[in-house]
Design a protein around this ligand. Structure first.
Ligand code: GLU
Length: 461
């Protein structure tokens, strides 16, 4: 059966490279198996969710190359969650509780003092109808908890109940659902927490694989119990390691520097972000790829490390430079034109190996065709004058350089660095850069002559 996966961000901010990792793992997993990818906006938190963020997230995914097969918003599906909550109530596994946050806090503190785990003691289950009416008459509204199946007869005597699953990334996993409180599914204001909508959607939308960060491992026991309470088989779960900032801190939507939007604005290529986000913290070397399909072939859950992966911006920038060096002219032609860079494919191929970002090609275009401050050492003046005298006539092509330097070598006896470095310094003002053989035709004869004589501006006319 082909997999159906989902990426389920809450639209409360822009997504960062760690979220992109989750989206990509889902996408690549489905892609390489002929499956489908759903984008689901977990926007039941009306206060913090914003449609603008949902749109921006969809645009960020498009930029990465991910086109969802289907998009769903939880805010459109509230009636479906109501119906599911009704079924759970009817089964007696969703029960009303009236404790305030302060009361629960006090209760947890008392438990800790007595050396007990701070697990909700289910005292609300013992409330009689009259007691509930009295609490409601006080103006209290219930929140609703899911009764975890961790007891034999008496829910106030829970016993160790391990819920296990075979995790795509982590292998055999088990969570003792007696070690946790019954999760709140419906808040006192009637809104849903994340748990029920997520499970209901995973059932209704036919999700076969839930791939997400390993910060959700502890939720999985209760979620599996909820799938079963709703009469459904749980999907396959996979929890991948998280990305951390180089400081060791968790990435968060609040850290704007690592958002896809800011990486894009900084000139990082989408395929560099995709390759980096997918390959970091795995058994595969981080390397440039030519397409998401190539990345899909490299990705496998069992190659992903268990420990968190540290994200360093410098490493992403280095990967970007390696990727830019492989980009064919057609991939960048439009952007080069927008940047006012001419020279067609020949110029791009001459400079692409010397760029951090595509836009840096502009600098080499200026060096080739604009004003340059030649760096000419006194001791090289005579040599450069000789070079000027031996400069071949135009038209120039890629072979001009070797014809010229061959003659110069024969005339001066210089070779290697002593031959080439004074030319590079005079022609570009810099000690390193693209192959001069490829760059020279773009500099042209008048410009080259001027620079060999130490003159900075191109000759008029
Ligand atoms: N909205 C949840 C999150 O962003 C989704 C978790 C899940 O994939 O189940 O953490």
């Amino acid at each position: 059966m082909s997999p159906v996966v989902r990426f389920a961000p809450s639209p409360t901010g822009r997504i960062h490279i760690g979220n992109a990792r989750t989206a990509l793992f889902n996408w690549l997993y489905a892609r390489s198996r002929g499956g489908a990818f759903l984008l689901r906006f977990d926007d039941t938190d009306a206060e913090r969710s914003r449609p603008e963020f949902a749109e921006a997230i969809a645009a960020d995914l498009r930029w990465l190359g991910i086109a969802p097969d289907r998009v769903e918003r939880q805010s459109d599906r509230l009636a479906v969650y109501e119906a599911a909550a009704g079924r759970l109530r009817a089964k007696g596994v969703l029960y009303p509780c009236y404790e305030t946050a302060e009361e629960l806090d006090r209760q947890r503190r008392r438990q800790r003092l007595r050396g007990l785990p701070p697990v909700y003691d289910r005292r609300a289950l013992a409330l009689s109808e009259a007691e509930r009416d009295a609490l409601e008459a006080e103006g209290r509204r219930p929140h609703w908890r899911f009764l975890l199946p961790n007891f034999a007869e008496d829910p106030t005597a829970p016993r160790r109940t391990e819920i296990g699953w075979t995790d795509l990334f982590r292998g055999e996993q088990g969570i003792d659902i007696a070690s946790m409180s019954d999760p709140v599914l419906v808040r006192a204001d009637g809104s849903f927490t994340y748990t029920l909508p997520s499970v209901v959607d995973d059932i209704d939308l036919g999700i076969t694989h839930v791939i997400r960060g390993d910060d959700h491992v502890t939720n999985t026991g209760a979620q599996i119990a909820l799938f079963r309470a709703l009469g459904a088989e749980p999907p396959v779960f996979g929890h991948h390691n998280l990305l951390q900032a180089s400081s060791g801190e968790a990435l968060s939507k609040r850290n704007a520097a690592l958002s896809l939007a800011s990486l894009r604005a900084a000139g990082i290529e989408p395929l560099a972000v995709a390759a980096f986000a997918t390959l970091i913290g795995t058994a595969e070397a981080i390397r440039p790829v030519g397409s998401l399909d190539e990345l899909a072939a490299l990705f496998a859950p069992e190659k992903v490390n268990k420990a968190p992966a540290r994200f360093a911006l410098e490493e992403l920038e280095a990967l970007n430079a390696r990727l830019v060096a492989t980009l064919p002219y057609e991939a960048v032609a439009e952007r080069l034109a927008d940047l006012g860079i001419g020279g067609g494919a020949a110029f791009w191929l001459a400079v692409r190996g010397n760029l951090q970002r595509v836009a840096d090609a502009r600098r080499w275009w200026e060096i080739a065709t604009g004003a340059v401050e030649p760096a000419v050492a006194e001791a090289d003046r005579a040599f450069l004058a000789e070079a000027a005298a031996l400069l071949p006539p135009e038209p120039w092509d890629a072979s001009t350089w070797s014809v010229w330097t061959g003659r110069l070598k024969a005339a001066t006896g210089r070779k290697g660095r002593a031959l080439f470095m004074p030319l590079r310094l005079a022609l570009t003002g810099l000690s390193s850069g693209p192959e001069l053989a490829a760059l020279l035709p773009f500099v042209g004869r008048p410009n080259t002559l001027a620079r060999l004589c130490g003159s900075s501006s191109p000759p008029a006319g």
